[in-house]
Design a protein around this ligand. Sequence first.
Ligand code: GLN
Length: 306
Amino acid sequence: MQNINYNKILERIHKEIKGDFGKGKLANYIPALAQIDPNQFAMHITTIEGNEFGIGNFTQAFSIQSISKAYTFTLALKQLDDEIWKRVGKEPSGNTFNSLVQLEYENGIPRNPFINAGAIVISDIIYEGLGKTKNKLLKFIKKLSENPTLIYDEEVAESEREYGDRNRAMANFIKSYENLSNEANDVLDIYFHQCSIAMSTQDLSRSFIYLANKGKSLKNKEILTARQAKRINAVMLTSGLYDAVGDFAYRVGLPAKSGVGGGIVAIIPNELVISVWSPELNSAGNSYIGTKALELFTTYASNSIF
Ligand code: GLN
């Protein structure tokens, strides 16, 4: 599978998605995300050998939102390994990403690390383990992506905070079940900031190489053990796209993580990472065009995990 030239496939996808602008909707519950130009598209591939292919605005930074949950989950797994499963589950939720309903039935243990409730618990775990979490998290992602210029977009973080009643309710509810060690507001400050990180599809596909490469980064540094990397892929496959995870597995067939900024990162284990960005979302909160573009990719490249 080495040294395939993906440029032709990316060009073909770019042409085919053009008619689909306008079919999804911008995330409007976070006002800062509702202001961006919806007619944008980028796709970028980094292979485990370090080859790169891109199309569209692949150096344009955008709000990674819930894609950040894969980085924080990585840090928490490094910290606790299998102990992590005492605080969060690993089953798909079958509910929207910001749903509260299961939390009460399940005594404050969120279904998985990729719904908001689960990511809030994960932020609490890394806050316990790391201390200056916002600094360290950003430093970690800068290293992974080899981009020292990455920033928290403070305007987005503030918008999240201002319109974050649901996430605040969730954090406090989890705390009532004693599954949050720190103050809800401190944990939410980390959560809102991690969602606000601005990255390009190029940054994303470079940074997640460790999930395609048995835990090793682009610089061949061990970020996770091969076993831990495999487990993150498993949870991405079953929970990375919220309640659209079945449709995504059916149409695309790759472990992936999405965010309401319109980004999706997908992994082909032992081969490559492919990231896509187009801001308009489908009803599950995943990029409309991004999902279609990844579906076309696995179709034209005749490559998925199945
Ligand atoms: N910041 C968003 C929220 O908390 C992230 C959601 C997402 O990307 N699915 O609602």
